[in-house]
Design a protein around this ligand. Structure first.
Ligand code: PEP
Ligand code: CO
Length: 449
């Protein structure tokens, strides 16, 4: 990828940057950013290039993207178990999709860096008290006190270290035996295995076991096939806090290209995708694969301009457009975009985020989503692609490996009155492990058609 001539890792500073925190002490911010700039990169350029190559397969209709994880990672709920359980459910979903639909699945986590949140309002008012909004653990804390809501640049450094530790464990799990296909049964957690979708999963896992035994019986040395024993798992997050991203942007010694080394893939959120804004400019100059959220107000001209800004050389796999329209809007809003991008010949990955257009506040006062609306948006996404003769390239899901009660519906029929039982998210409501697995089966059925 060729970086625009006027681009440097800091040239975004000349443009309006939305959603940046009010850092109270510029000296402390400068110190934090300089500290991070002196630390090692979290990912390597060659890994980002491999992901671009895999996403090029998705853009070409030969593979499917599963991007999933927390809405916002937490500094408090940070443990080996929670990382393992999130990885488990993503591996389970990928196996279901790959086995039932027969397409390779590119696995990308919203993990190891997803610590910053854009907000619809800069402040929040409770009982007449107005404080800065919570912007994710990379910036401030969620408690409603003025001390907690003060932006603290030391959190940028903590976010770096937690990302490094998370990534280290993910690499160990995916390359060190945990993701071995012979352990496909072991990824099923007890509370999932006892449910209908858990039993469907066990059936798939049995079939995979049989296939592995069959290959061995045919004389294939399955031990010698690395694809059966390790998994390529990539990291991603919203590139929101640009000072942090700049500090981790490094020049690749092999190619001379710039890479954002905080994650393999970065995306631009719905609130920061202004064409003349700092976020689009910053990501236009790094060579990683990048994503951009596309909400229901986006016009075809805007989307084409984003394609030109972010992928002028039309590199397949470089750009993923993540649509998040809402179940009721997808079939009117998506088709004109699909037609325009196809006509312009831009080789994008189209992914469906069925979460962010379907959020509402339930009568009990909890922010939630209904599983049926999530599925309805995905079904609308597939229908729109079928009509446009384009490839429904992937899904982008907010989930957790745990047994939370944050989204309504699903096979357990979670009701509004159940939401309080285990509502643990720091930001948006996530699908629990059962709902996630159920979703994977339904997406596999859509893919098979
Ligand atoms: C998110 O992905 O958590 C998010 C804030 O999404 P969007 O930018 O699409 O609203
Ligand atoms: Co979210």
């Amino acid at each position: 990828m060729t970086t625009p001539a006027t681009w440097t890792p800091s040239s975004w500073r000349d443009l309006p940057a939305m959603q940046q925190p009010d850092w109270p002490d510029p000296g402390a911010l400068d110190h934090a950013v300089k500290t991070i700039a002196a630390l090692p990169p979290l990912v390597f350029a060659g890994e980002a290039r491999s992901l671009t190559a895999s996403l090029a397969e998705v853009a070409g209709g030969r593979a499917f993207l599963l991007q999933a994880g927390d809405c916002a990672e937490s500094f408090d709920a940070f443990s080996a178990d929670s990382i393992r359980d999130k990885l488990k459910v993503i591996l389970q979903m990928a196996v279901v999709l790959q086995y039932s639909a027969g397409v390779p699945v590119v696995k990308v986590g919203r993990i190891a860096g997803q610590f910053a949140k854009p907000r619809s309002a800069p402040t929040e008012r409770v009982d007449g008290v107005e404080l800065p909004s919570f912007r994710g653990h990379m910036v401030n804390d969620i408690a409603f006190t003025s001390a907690a809501r003060q932006a603290d640049p030391d959190r940028l450094i903590t976010a770096y270290h937690q990302s490094a530790a998370t990534l280290n464990l993910l690499r160990a799990f995916t390359k060190g035996g945990f993701a071995d296909l012979s352990r496909v049964h072991a990824w099923n957690q007890e509370f999932v295995a006892s449910s209908a979708e858990g039993r469907s999963y066990e059936f798939v896992a049995d079939e995979i076991d049989r296939a592995l035994r069959f290959m061995a019986a045919c004389g294939i040395d399955t031990q010698a096939v690395p694809q059966l024993h390790t998994v390529d798992f990539y990291t991603s997050h919203e590139a929101l806090i640009l000072g942090y991203e700049e500090a981790l942007t490094r020049q690749d010694s092999l190619t001379g290209d710039w890479y954002a080394c905080s994650a393999h893939m970065l995306w631009i959120g719905e609130r920061t995708r202004q064409l003349d804004g700092a976020h689009v400019h910053f990501l236009s100059g790094v060579s990683n694969p990048v994503g951009c959220k596309i909400g229901p107000t986006a016009t075809a001209d805007e989307v084409l301009a984003l394609c030109e800004a972010l992928n002028p050389q039309r590199v397949p796999g470089r750009l993923t457009l993540i649509t998040r329209m809402g179940a009721d809007k997808i079939e009117s809003q998506l088709p004109p975009l699909l037609r325009a991008v196809k006509e312009a010949g831009h080789p994008v990955v189209w992914a469906c985020d069925p979460m962010h257009g379907n959020t509402f506040t339930s009568p009990s006062g909890r922010k939630t989503r209904h599983f049926d609306a999530v599925l309805a948006e995905i079904a609308g996404f597939f229908r729109a692609h079928e009509v446009a003769q384009t490839w429904p390239g992937g899904v982008h899901i907010e989930l957790t490996g745990e047994d939370v009660t944050e989204c309504l519906g699903g096979a357990d029929e979670i009701l509004d009155t159940d939401l309080d039982t285990r509502y643990e998210t720091m930001c948006d409501p996530r699908l629990n492990a059962r709902q996630s697995l159920d979703l994977a089966f339904q997406v596999a059925a859509l893919l098979r058609r």
